[in-house]
Design a protein around this ligand. Structure first.
Ligand SMILES: [Zn+2]
Length: 132
């Protein structure tokens, strides 16, 4: 599987991360065709934990985003969030979340690093990210 994103969306998420004293988070809306996940929109949400070391998205906001995606004919292909002080690799808590939300997890840092992860057959896998 690979994740295809445009430069504008990646830039937008990194800029959010740079400006925020807490972890930023949101969803990647797009389409899945074969083994390629194409992101059409990065949709920011609130981090209801207001924390620099973890994030959580309000279920009501998740429902809102699902509705928005449906209206646009898109699906939620991934989740993004930032790590302020750690490398863009899933934390223990992220791994638990990944087992619930089995789509792609994009993690960015304020310094501009980004990596995408997924769990496949119970194992953490890194995905190629193609920027267009
Ligand atoms: Zn994390």
């Amino acid at each position: 599987m690979k994740l295809v994103m445009n430069e504008k969306d990646v830039h937008k998420i990194i800029e959010l991360a740079k400006k925020s004293p807490i972890e930023v988070c949101g969803f990647l809306l797009g389409r899945k065709v074969g083994n390629t996940l194409t992101v059409e929109e990065a949709r920011e949400t609130r981090n209801r934990l207001n924390s620099p070391v973890e994030f959580e998205i309000d279920p009501l906001e998740i429902a809102e985003v699902l509705d928005e995606a449906e209206e646009k004919g898109l699906e939620i292909v991934g989740i993004f969030h930032s790590h302020l002080k750690c490398p863009p690799m899933p934390s223990g808590k992220d791994l638990k979340g990944m087992n619930l939300w089995r789509n792609v997890w994009l993690i960015v840092t304020p310094s501009g690093e980004f990596r995408a992860w997924t769990i496949e057959n119970g194992e953490l896998k890194e995905l190629e990210v193609e920027i267009r």
